[in-house]
Design a protein around this ligand. Structure first.
Ligand code: SF4
Length: 220
């Protein structure tokens, strides 16, 4: 089955309440386990870190070869590191940067460059980043892995959770931590925290295509 077919198949599935499922896991799970949190940027990580660091020791993994241009990437990395240093947490939060090789992204989304944000190109972009997060979580002996991406109203939480779950558990008791962080006012709280900490909120998702789309919208 091609990746695009998988996408269409996913669309027909019944919708799950991922936030509720996350709450059930948090209720049952022993506190202080290790979570690898893939992060796309400091503002999106703000609420997720505030929320999940009450339950987990977190390794923030910054792997985003989709971001264009390099200066923007570097700026977002610095914002992420600074935010982690400033945030008070119950369990410790550490940082790890992945490799920045934009060719990995262009290769992954080949043929889908003309898509609009939210279409198949984004599915492939999620998949690329989650696969890497999964591998690093295994290497780092984490108990869970997840991503901040579902906090954005522009991101498809169902796709993210389906991709994460399909990667499968890497330890007997560990796997993708299902989530839909925009729920329960998560997105609203991320905006509040961004203001409180003076975080840079970019006006486009990250890739060159989303940058052009945002610029075209601005002109309109
Ligand atoms: S719009 Fe965002 S999620 Fe979609 S391909 Fe570009 S960077 Fe990735």
């Amino acid at each position: 089955m091609t990746k695009v077919m998988k996408i269409l198949k996913g669309r027909k599935k019944m919708k799950r309440n991922y936030q509720k499922e996350l709450e059930q896991i948090l209720e049952k799970e022993e506190k202080g386990k290790r979570l690898l949190l893939h992060s796309c940027c400091a503002p999106c990580s703000s609420y997720v870190l505030e929320y999940l660091s009450q339950y987990f020791e977190i390794l923030v993994y910054y792997y985003n070869p989709n971001i264009y241009p390099k200066e923007e990437y570097e700026y977002r990395v610095e914002e992420q590191k600074n935010f982690i240093q400033k945030l008070n947490t119950v369990y410790p939060v550490t940082f790890m940067e992945g490799e920045y090789d934009p060719q990995e992204f262009y290769q992954a989304v080949k043929g889908f460059e003309d898509n609009k944000e939210g279409e198949q190109r984004c599915y492939l972009c999620y998949e690329l980043r989650l696969k890497k997060a999964y591998e690093v979580a295994k290497e780092q002996n984490c108990d869970y892995f997840t991503t901040t991406l579902s906090i954005s109203p522009y991101k498809n939480a169902q796709w993210l959770n389906e991709i994460g779950e399909a990667l499968g558990p890497f330890k007997e008791t560990s796997s993708y931590l299902v989530a839909d962080f925009k729920k329960k006012n998560g997105y609203k709280r991320s905006i509040e925290l961004s203001k409180e900490y003076g975080l840079y909120r970019q006006n486009y998702c990250g890739c060159i295509f989303s940058k052009k789309e945002a610029e075209a919208k601005e002109k309109e």
